[in-house]
Design a protein around this ligand. Structure first.
Ligand code: GLA
Length: 766
């Protein structure tokens, strides 16, 4: 969705100009060279040097790397002259902070731009000229630099923002495109991030996540070859994080590992179609692109309109992938996610314990069960809504009801208020599953508004899940208003609902949008996501206490666009604990523990015959946001006692797990076990998790586990938790008191017995 130009940021009013200056507050610094040919923007340990290129007409990024003690040093060691000399010789694009098709200092045009515009008169090139550079006012801790460009021949403007966030080493960037030409322009490429770096290295490795339903976030690492590599992307339009989480890491020089290596990383804050690609040019310089992918058609930007492209947040670490992940986690908690520093409650979700088969009585039983375990929230999953023929019951399950967000009176005769009251009586918050973006063709909503769904003009409607599901047209304000009304009514009816599990079990099935005219059809996948964000934003604003879980058939919405509005995401529908070790490992590259929902379930899961011990399932789920998805009645007395103890310990350790620093110690890839730890920010406490995977015989005994993130000067008491009664401890170090220095050099000896043995150690500074 675009907006009228009138609402564009009043740059001139906010700008403080760009005179030569050196300025620092807390950890953010800016340095503007005396001749204003370089601007250095710095966070705690990252430095970005922008330099004027193309005869001063545009900004390029001349350096992106570690911060120097003296900001002037970083600028002093950059060289526009060498960067341009080699570029010119090789005929590849000049360094650029936003690479645009058609703009170039050389005789050749830049064919690799991340933005490409067909202007109103049909001209395909865009020649940007800098109009203004300014630091604009922002909140404390943020330094906000803006470049404003206009085409030299057309009133087409590009405004690029860089917002450096002091203490988290992350720089957010986004771009606004404004069309003041007499008629519409067509965007043929519209990347959020399109940088062409000078040759800062001659070897690069790309690290990213790829997957599918029930095996999300599998880590892929490879050397970047010459040429263009479309690292990852998704054309689902909705389950955008299945094929790959919209984020990437690139190491410069030797391949970065968890502790070492220079590594850049970025996440695209977007929940629709996207692509991230890298180009290693013939001279081994690097170009990176990330943004909305126009795979469904060009975007038409009407005259007098501005469109804001999705935000890209990037960081750099000289301390390997681990350091980079910690930057993203801190950024997510402090700047991106709602209530990012609030503890996430322990919930029981009804899905795997009940599926569609429940009564008020059985739900009350589940509530009793989770309350007895020490849980804090009860979430009623699918199957509670729809009326009459469209009631979502056991028999018809997924074929009916989506769109009619009213309680099914046959299943829940006392209504939502009563059910929420039962939860409250047991000291539990109450949450509900919804799938607001979709409708079933068998629903009152669809029957009264067949024009409210995405559909192609002259083709039969394609249907999704249950051969019944369609996607609503969120571009249409009337649809959004209806949904907001229905969701608000649920919150009110439940007497202040605590939580929505916001599911989305579809892709863009039908590639047509009834609320857009023929000329603007190509805009719909982009405008859909903007409409979704508007709806989510209003829902949150109108219900301040409400939390949201992002779900899209599992981890399909693990993206920072949705997480601007959601408190967490469902890690995967795959709840097999061994598989979850890999999935959560992958997700942890970009997302903090408190954002990854992980539930203890019964075994076996799905088609897997695997029966992991309850302890293993707890140990795996407790490294993220712990919850349950089972019928508590099925637990034996011993298991219940064990689960209670685990929950009590999780509550005690929650600030460290959910808000601490994550260190990935031993990768599940290539090892017969995996290990990770969360160290509290104050270094008072740490929690270490070790998971057996496929253990060998005698020869496969693990070396001591070398820890990280502790205070070398302090002594830590070592405790083992999550031990079922009668089980011996896994380490002779348990019960001892050892210095952080020794734990981080000599390491902790431990052993594992069998494939799915696991251990959890707590280190407490004394
Ligand atoms: C999706 C979700 C599940 C569950 C079902 C309900 O598959 O990922 O967790 O909520 O829908 O239909």
């Amino acid at each position: 969705m675009s907006r009228p130009v009138g609402r564009a940021a009043a740059l001139a009013v906010l700008a403080v100009g760009l005179a030569a200056q050196a300025w620092a507050t807390g950890n953010v610094r800016r340095l503007v060279a005396a001749d204003a040919t370089t601007v250095t923007l710095e966070t705690r340990s990252v430095s970005v040097v922008f330099g004027k290129v193309a005869d001063g007409r545009r900004w390029g990024i001349l350096h992106l790397g570690a911060r120097q003690a003296d900001a002037a040093d970083a600028a002093a060691l950059t060289s526009v002259r060498t960067a341009l000399k080699y570029k010119a010789t090789l005929g590849v694009p000049e360094p650029s902070a936003y690479s645009v098709f058609g703009s170039s200092a050389f005789k050749e045009i830049n064919r690799y731009g991340g933005l490409a515009v067909r202007h109103a008169d049909g001209t395909l090139s865009t020649e940007l000229v800098l109009r203004q550079t300014a630091f604009v006012a922002d909140v404390p801790g943020a330094e906000h630099l803006v470049f404003n460009y206009c085409d030299e021949a057309y009133p087409f403007e590009v405004t690029q923002h860089f917002r450096a966030l002091a203490d988290v080493d992350v720089i957010e960037t986004w771009v606004e495109l404004t069309n003041r030409e007499p008629s519409a322009v067509r965007l043929l490429r519209m990347d959020s991030f399109a940088i062409d770096l000078p040759r800062l290295s001659d070897t690069y490795h790309v690290h990213h996540l790829t997957g599918q339903w029930a095996s999300e976030a599998q880590l892929v690492e490879s050397e970047l070859r010459r040429g263009e590599t479309r690292a990852i992307g998704s054309r689902s339009g909705i389950r955008d994080a299945w094929e790959g989480v919209p984020g990437v890491m690139v190491s410069f020089g030797d391949r970065a590992n968890e502790r070492q290596g220079a590594v850049f990383g970025g996440v695209l804050c977007w929940s629709g179609i996207w692509a991230i690609s890298a180009r290693r040019a013939p001279d081994d310089s690097l170009a990176l692109r990330a943004g909305y992918d126009l795979a469904f058609g060009e975007y038409v930007l009407d005259s007098g309109r501005t469109v804001e492209l999705p935000k890209f947040a990037f960081s750099y670490s000289a301390a390997g992938k681990g350091g980079l992940s910690r930057n993203f986690h801190d950024w997510a908690r402090r700047w991106q996610m709602p209530d990012g520093q609030k503890m996430r409650p322990i919930q029981l979700n009804s899905w795997e314990g009940a599926y569609f088969t429940f009564t008020e009585k059985s739900l009350h039983g589940m509530m009793d069960g989770v309350a007895a375990l020490g849980g804090e929230m009860f979430v009623l999953d699918d199957g509670w809504f729809g009326v009459g023929d469209y009631a979502r019951n056991e028999k018809d399950n997924v074929t009916v009801g989506l769109g009619d967000w009213v309680v099914n009176p046959e299943k829940l005769p006392q209504g939502l208020a009563a059910l929420a009251g039962e939860a409250k009586r047991r000291g539990l918050d109450f949450g509900l599953w919804v799938e607001p973006e979709m409708a079933c063709v068998k629903s009152r909503l669809y029957e009264s508004h067949p024009d409210w769904v995405l559909r192609e003009r002259n083709r039969p409607l394609r249907t999704g899940r249950g051969n019944a599901q369609v996607v609503l047209d969120l571009v249409n304000p009337a649809v959004r208003t209806n949904l907001l009304g229905q969701l608000n009514a649920l919150v009110a009816e439940a007497g202040g609902l605590a939580y929505f599990k916001w599911d989305a079990n579809a892709n863009l099935l039908n590639v047509g949008c009834p609320s857009l005219d023929a000329a603007h059809q190509g805009n719909f996948p982009f405008d859909y996501v903007k409409g979704l964000y508007e709806l989510l934003g209003e829902l949150r604003e109108q219900n301040p206490g409400l939390a949201i879980q992002a779900c899209a058939s599992g981890g399909g919405r693990a993206d920072y666009g949705f997480l601007r509005y959601a408190d967490e995401f469902w890690g995967s529908d795959d709840t097999d604990a061994r598989e979850r070790v890999f999935i959560q490992w992958g997700e942890s590259h970009f997302f903090p523990a408190q954002a990854i929902a992980a539930h203890v379930t019964k075994v076996p899961y799905g088609d897997l015959a695997r029966r992991t011990p309850l302890k293993y399932r707890f140990d795996v789920a407790m490294s993220c946001r712990l919850g349950f998805e089972l019928e508590p009645r099925d637990l034996t007395a011993d298991e219940t006692a064990f689960a209670r103890a685990c929950v009590a310990d999780y509550k005690r350790l929650r600030p460290t797990i959910q808000q601490g620093d994550l260190y990935r110690l031993v990768s599940p890839y290539g090892h017969s076990y995996a290990a990770l730890m969360h160290a509290g920010k104050s270094r008072e406490q740490a929690v270490v998790f070790v998971y057996g995977l496929s253990r060998g015989n005698w020869s496969d005994y693990p070396p001591p586990l070398v820890l990280e993130g502790l205070d070398p000067a302090r002594r830590y008491a070592i405790e083992e938790i999550n031990l079922p009664s009668g089980r011996a401890v896994h380490s002779d170090a348990v019960g001892k008191m050892v210095s952080g220095a020794a734990l981080m050099s000599q390491g902790v000896p431990f052993f594992l017995t069998g494939d799915y043995d696991s251990l959890v150690l707590v280190l407490q500074a004394r």
